[in-house]
Design a protein around this ligand. Structure first.
Ligand SMILES: [Ca+2]
Ligand SMILES: [Ca+2]
Ligand SMILES: [Ca+2]
Length: 255
């Protein structure tokens, strides 16, 4: 340490300091430090005109979290992870997140049709199904894949003749003969309404030539002995709806 040097520095600093303020002690040079602290403490002492923090003027100032539609950088998403929707501002200019929408909190909000296990008062039945359980999708929209219609579930339920296959509740295959009476031809189907569909059945004896029938009663489908190349007699129809030419006379005329 060079004592004389420090003394000189102290003396100069004291002289400079005395020129600034007389009421304060001269700024001493810190022991062991020859550097100025560099800061200018005289940051223009003029106070900036502060805006008045009036809640409700639509300008967010001072302690206000929000004012009107001004929320600064705050959003539903920034305050509630994963939330959507709009923040609201209270009359006291504090932020209210009650109108934010969060899919996954179990509460129906905004346009949510469901949330978790909360479906409001909706069920598969209210959505037009007969049974099943609603499911809620990730976007809080209803998933109907767990709902079932009775018709189409493969089970012959009450009020159904069959379901998908032409088999009745007892497991017996439905036939035209069993459904529309015998003799009949063709196959019954199970209709889209789970009622038996007999449109594929033909009934021999109803006077209508259908399906595999060659004739039915008096209906001979235009066939005559003459059209068969036989000179006389009459064609008839068997009880099995097959043409019977035994009533024709004469020998077949070669074509
Ligand atoms: Ca919700
Ligand atoms: Ca069914
Ligand atoms: Ca018939």
């Amino acid at each position: 340490m060079d004592y004389s040097t420090r003394w000189l520095a102290w003396l100069v600093a004291g002289m400079l300091g005395a020129g600034c303020t007389s009421s304060e002690e001269p700024a001493g040079i810190p022991e062991g430090s020859g550097t100025d602290d560099g800061s200018d403490e005289s940051s223009s002492g003029e106070p900036e005109p502060e805006p008045e923090d009036v809640c409700g003027d639509g300008v967010r100032t001072g302690p206000e979290e929000c004012d009107g539609t001004e929320f600064g950088s705050a959003t539903c998403a920034s305050l509630v992870t994963g939330a959507t929707g709009q923040l609201t501002c209270t009359e006291e200019c504090s932020i209210n997140t009650l109108s934010c929408v969060l899919c996954g909190n179990g509460v129906l909000e905004g346009n949510e049709a469901c949330d978790g296990f909360n479906f409001g008062d909706r069920t598969c039945e209210t959505e037009g199904f007969d049974s099943g359980t609603l499911q809620c999708g990730l976007s809080c929209s209803i998933d109907l894949s767990g709902c079932e219609l009775a018709c189409g579930n493969g089970v012959v339920d009450e009020g159904e003749d069959c379901d998908t296959l032409p088999i009745d509740a007892a497991g017996t295959r439905l036939t035209c003969e069993g459904v529309v009476g015998s003799p009949s031809f063709g196959d019954v189907e199970c209709g889209d309404d789970c009622l038996v569909d007999v449109s594929g059945c033909s009934v021999c004896g109803d006077g209508v030539v259908e399906a595999e029938e060659q004739c039915d009663g008096e209906q001979l489908a235009g066939v005559t002995c003459d059209s068969l190349g036989l000179p006389g007699g009459e064609v008839s129809c068997t009880r099995g709806c097959v043409l019977d030419a035994s009533g024709c006379t004469g020998e077949p005329v070669p074509e």
